[in-house]
Write a protein that binds this ligand. Structure first.
Ligand code: NAP
Ligand code: ZN
Length: 353
């Protein structure tokens, strides 16, 4: 076993505090990595505070991990000591059900093992995430950081592992590309990656935000147009025109104004996962134009590698604000106020101070 330093929530109402624990020695198929950087996802906050219910404590969040391989099990083929690698939202799945066989481990029929608040398939232990100095993961769930990225890029690569893949996967599934008009709702961690990726895929991108102060940034990130979603005249200008909307909002809200923007056969994909459900949408606007509301969960391992390679090729990383782990509770409060440009990333070296 190796001794690991981390930060954990001990209960829903408590701030995160230092927490030391042990990680298993590598099993034959395991890769052990020293964590360099870990992004801060809104899901970390939802889970640490038990907003989705079902959180087991202590809870060590973190699923946007970049690190350096420190040891490998005897059967590991794809990685060696010193490689720069990444781990995202999953660390295991059954790997044998029809869904896993289709490279969609995030929808594993026997239950995906998530990077934190999951249960190890072999020994039933609680999984602990990337707010820690080290992690040990089955090599099938470890990603290669593309060679185009150098050391200075690594902090901005970490958020690709959740914010990147969670937006890339639906953009690909709904075949966004040149000629598509895509709406992105909410400019936070996921939203800013959705803009960058949809722009790189060649789409015309419209950001819908509640924060007028983010308009200039959105344009720099690649949005062609910015709409203040509370302004009904601005909203009306896009009525019946969007092929696809990716909705990243982390709070319950009225979906109807966005459904009205879809063209016939358009889809709004919900990826934001608020604590409380959205009010039920009006049915008639959906029936009258065969519009759809869908959902999507992260992306499979094969597609995550494809997304990383796409980002390497297009020089896409996340816009980040680096924090020491000691500022994690403050960063959660700022995230709730929409005050993040556009992802906090923890410098894990700060855990060793
Ligand atoms: P984030 O950085 O906090 O961004 C969320 C954005 O939503 C905010 O910046 C804000 O954008 C908008 N927003 C927040 N509260 C709002 C409110 N009350 N009314 C209107 N707009 C509001 O969060 P994130 O890390 O991107 O995560 C977003 C959501 O996705 C979370 O619920 C998270 O758990 C979920 N998530 C889902 C998956 C998945 O697989 N489906 C994966 C990761 C995360 P504006 O200021 O521009 O309005
Ligand atoms: Zn996440």
């Amino acid at each position: 076993m190796s001794k690991v330093q981390g930060y954990a929530a001990q209960k829903a109402e408590a701030p995160l505090t230092p927490f030391n624990f042990e990680r298993r020695d590598p099993r034959p198929c395991d890769v052990q990595l020293d964590i360099l950087y870990c992004g801060v996802c809104h899901s970390d906050l939802h889970t640490a505070r038990n907003e989705w219910k079902g959180t087991s404590y202590p809870c060590v969040p973190g699923h946007e991990i970049v690190g350096k391989v420190s040891a490998v099990g005897k059967d590991v083929k794809g990685f060696k000591k010193g490689d720069v690698v990444a781990v995202g939202c999953m660390v295991d799945s059954c790997q044998s059900c029809p869904t896993c066989k289709e490279d969609l481990e995030q929808y594993c029929e026997k239950g995906t093992v998530f990077t934190y608040n999951g249960r190890d398939k072999h020994d039933g232990s609680l999984t602990y995430g990337g707010y820690s100095t080290q992690v040990t993961v089955d090599e099938k769930f470890v990603l290669h950081v593309p060679k185009e990225f150098t050391e200075k890029d690594y902090p901005g690569v970490a958020p690709l592992l959740c914010a990147g893949i969670t937006t890339y996967s639906p953009l690909r599934h709904w075949k966004v590309g040149r000629g598509s008009k895509v709406g992105v709702v909410g400019l936070g961690g996921l939203g800013h990656m959705a803009i960058k990726l949809a722009h790189a895929m060649g789409a015309h991108v419209v950001l819908f935000t509640t924060s007028p102060g983010k308009a200039d940034d959105a344009k720099k990130l690649g949005a062609d147009e910015v709409v203040i979603s509370k302004n009904s005249d601005e909203m009306k200008a896009h009525k019946n025109s969007l092929d696809f909307i990716i909705n990243t909002v982390a709070a319950s809200h009225n979906l109807d104004p966005f459904i009205a923007l879809l063209r016939r056969d358009g889809t709004m994909c919900l990826i934001g996962a608020p604590e409380h459900p959205h009010p039920s949408p009006a049915v008639h606007p959906m029936i009258s134009k065969r519009r759809a509301i869908a959902g999507s969960l992260i992306g499979g391992i094969k597609e995550t590698q494809e997304m990383l390679d796409f980002c390497g090729k297009h020089h896409i990383t996340s816009d980040i604000e680096m924090i020491p782990i000691q500022k994690i509770n403050e960063s959660y409060e700022r995230m709730l106020k929409g005050d993040v440009k556009y992802r906090f990333v923890i410098d894990i070296a700060s855990l060793k101070n």
